[in-house]
Design a protein around this ligand. Structure first.
Ligand SMILES: [Mg+2]
Length: 256
């Protein structure tokens, strides 16, 4: 029995918490805090979304531990099976300036995501692991070049290599979650990040993308794992299955 007001499904918890944090952040953009310079909005967003997510997960899943970009890293998480990994505001430099920011909420068990959600209020959508997104439809055998999204900061590195190796069209937008959801939406065929990322950048987007049938791995082709002692992670590829090997090879970091 689930107590009144509780939700017995982890996927639904992830989706609801991410979605509601997104709504809270939209409200902050519409009603910025008085006596605060506009340039401080992202910090206020980080703070409010973090507090909301921590409180909600504490209420809905009181026995679980949370690892948040904006919180203290409690080493007790290394002894626990169920750990929520959250980025309360991903792509904060775009917050208030573009639609390209997101909220990430994922649950990890035994190092692997078992539920997750990415809210992108700028696209008026929250994607989750169940119900999962529709599998990407556009076939790649139509002779067109692959479309690949990379981080703005890495377009001269990752973008150049992939353009050279695959003849790919390269795009850049902010937020790991938004880039991953651009693959889920079928707007691009892959998201590639050849530099370091943190587990909260990767976990929820990879959970959702995997549930849509996409392949998710580190930039060297190695499998993703989470709730590690060091939360730094060696890059990310989220891609249609047929492109992964050539993307890893193009980055030149590969184990495959
Ligand atoms: Mg963040």
């Amino acid at each position: 029995m689930t107590p009144a007001g509780q939700i017995d499904d982890d996927h639904a918890v992830a989706a609801r918490v991410a979605h509601q944090a997104g709504e809270l952040l939209v409200d902050l953009i519409r009603n910025p805090v008085q006596d605060r310079r506009w340039s401080g909005l992202e910090y206020e967003g980080d703070r409010r979304a973090h507090r909301f997510i921590i409180d909600e997960l504490q209420r809905l899943r009181p026995d679980d531990v949370v690892l948040s970009e904006e919180g203290r890293d409690d080493p007790i998480r290394l002894e626990r099976d169920r750990v929520w990994i959250v980025d309360p505001l991903d792509g904060s430099s775009d917050f208030g300036y573009s639609p390209h920011w997101a909220v990430h909420v994922a649950l990890v068990s035994n190092g692997q995501p078992v539920a997750g959600a990415v809210a992108v209020p700028g696209w008026e959508t929250t994607w989750a692991t169940d119900p999962s997104p529709s599998p990407v439809a556009r076939p790649l055998d139509d002779g067109s070049n692959p479309r690949v999204v990379v981080a703005r900061s890495r377009s001269r590195f990752d973008g150049f290599r992939i353009q050279q190796a695959l003849g790919a069209e390269i795009f850049s937008i902010g937020s790991a979650g938004v880039k991953a959801m651009a693959v889920v939406r079928g707007e691009v065929d892959a998201y590639v990040h050849g530099g370091g990322l943190y587990e909260w950048d990767i976990c929820a987007p990879a959970a959702v993308a995997a549930s849509a049938g996409l392949v998710c791995c580190h930039a060297d082709g190695s499998p993703l794992s989470f709730n590690k002692p060091d939360v730094w992670s060696p890059g990310l590829i989220i891609s249609r299955p047929e492109l992964v090997d050539s993307l890893v090879a193009a980055l030149g970091l590969g184990l495959r």
